[in-house]
Design a protein around this ligand. Structure first.
Ligand SMILES: C[S@@+](CC[C@H](N)C(=O)[O-])C[C@H]1O[C@@H](n2cnc3c(N)ncnc32)[C@H](O)[C@@H]1O
Length: 214
């Protein structure tokens, strides 16, 4: 999709520090209507050690498969504080670290799987390759990375609605319907396993594996 919807610079780090206290309320309508149901599907089939990259307030925590060991990271301390409280409430042991996707502080080849939901849409073009390279670095050579984000719908009416919503998406969540993630897979040494629209024609899950060179 060549068309982009962007207005000004995205500054996710500051945005999420600011909105952490109300994030779950702002996102509740989406969470209740469809996100909650999809999260289990996103984690389906994953096992071993998993990284929830850009875990936010920990919305994915209810979807972890049985028996996995999960770590989470986020750039925002305020979002992580909420994730910590959620893990505690759910009785889950999740190792949470404050770190940026462009500079993860785990060693090479640590995780069997990495999941990033609604995160790469918040990462500016010039940082996408660095963030993807870091995911590849901490992923085991036979591991899997799953990235879920919005895309522009090909349907004119749906796309017009997205255009109306894009200012809200960007202003409130520092996110875009047109992340440039796919442009950077080669540079980051990642191979696409498959790409699936998991909700209508505007929410895509991309499954990736480290390329042969890793
Ligand atoms: C829309 S929220 C999604 C949170 C969660 N993954 C979910 O599915 O609800 C985006 C999260 O990505 C985090 N984030 C954005 N850019 C980041 C970066 N470069 N490094 C780490 N976290 C980042 C934000 O702080 C925020 O918590």
């Amino acid at each position: 999709m060549s068309q982009t919807i962007q207005a000004g610079s995205l500054n996710a780090r500051q945005t999420y520090e600011r909105i952490a206290a109300i994030y779950d309320v702002l996102d509740a309508p989406y969470e209740i209507v469809w996100k909650r149901g999809l999260r289990r599907r996103i984690f389906e089939g994953l096992g071993g050690e998993i990284l929830d990259a850009g875990c936010g307030t920990g919305r994915n925590f209810v979807a972890f498969p049985d028996g996995v060991k999960v770590s989470g990271c986020d750039a925002s301390a305020a979002m992580l504080a909420r994730a910590r409280a959620r893990a505690e409430n759910l009785g889950l042991l999740v190792e949470l670290r404050r770190c940026d996707l462009t500079r993860l502080d785990w060693p090479d080849h640590r995780f069997d799987a990495i999941v990033a939901t609604f995160v790469f849409a918040c990462i500016e073009d010039h940082e996408q390759a660095a963030a993807l390279s870091e995911l590849r670095r901490v992923c085991k050579p036979d591991g899997e990375i799953r990235i879920v984000d919005y895309r522009l719908s090909p349907r004119p009416l749906a796309r017009a609605r997205q255009r109306l919503m894009s200012a809200w998406l960007q202003g409130t969540f520092a996110a875009t319907y047109t992340p440039t993630t796919e442009n950077h897979f080669d540079a980051a040494g990642l191979e696409v396993i498959d790409e699936t629209f998991i909700r209508g024609d505007d929410l895509k899950m991309i499954r990736l594996r480290p390329g042969k060179a890793s």
